[in-house]
Design a protein around this ligand. Sequence first.
Ligand SMILES: Nc1ncnc2c1ncn2[C@@H]1O[C@H](COP(=O)(O)OP(=O)(O)OP(=O)(O)O)[C@@H](O)[C@H]1O
Length: 259
Amino acid sequence: MAMPAVDTQDQPRVVLSARGLGRDFGGFTAVNDVDLDVRHGLIHALIGPNGAGKTTVFNLLTKFLQPTRGTITLLGTDITRMRPDRVARMGLVRSFQISAVFPHLTVLENLRVALQRPAGLAVQFWLPLSTLNRLNARAEALIDDLGLTAFRDTRAADLSYGRKRVLEIATTLALDPEVLLLDEPMAGMGGEDVQMVADIIRNVARDRAVLMVEHNLAVVEDICDEVTVLQRGKIIAHGDYATVSENPQVRTAYMGTEA
Ligand SMILES: Nc1ncnc2c1ncn2[C@@H]1O[C@H](COP(=O)(O)OP(=O)(O)OP(=O)(O)O)[C@@H](O)[C@H]1O
């Protein structure tokens, strides 16, 4: 599917884009000819049936996998051959489906640990009080922004599943990413938690771009501005949810029938 590489007047700027992205595993083509634009302030969903290539696209974008074909651009820089740590430092941050928080640390402690990494402080034993105060202030701000105030001193292990996910998103925000990639943020959650995490993601996307793989289509419909549908490694539809959900190829891919 051909899409413009440059910003059009009425759309927010593109911060992450892929052109002709492809990846083969031996003789098997897992991803082919994928064009994708992820825009500041918007939530872009990557959906498709099992085995469609969503995780592979995520791994390609974050440079965990090298593409066989195509280019990836982040904030105007070609990152196609760049290492994952450099891409992360440039502002492309991924949150994993499996929670990456420390269970025995409190919410506040987890955020302080996360905040020390981008500040380059991880190996220092002694920190000036002014630095500690700055980290604490930022940690408290993240806690408030993400609705975790009542759980500030709760150990991560004692949080509900949904709040653990929110804490995990908060730790990725400590890196202040331009683009946040979320891998099935609603996986394993019940209704109330889904609504809470959906609200948080909407909030988080106000001043950054979000690309998410999500199987829960009600959530995609509710919070995503753009949807790209993959099937057998190729894009079969792109647009807003209403448009792609009416697409006969998408209906066939999801339900095995066009009805
Ligand atoms: N390292 C690998 N070696 C060989 N084949 C792979 C490898 N990684 C993925 N594949 C294949 O590529 C295809 C796409 O897999 P991928 O995990 O990207 O799909 P997905 O859309 O994320 O699926 P799901 O929704 O089930 O997680 C699958 O057929 C998978 O078996």
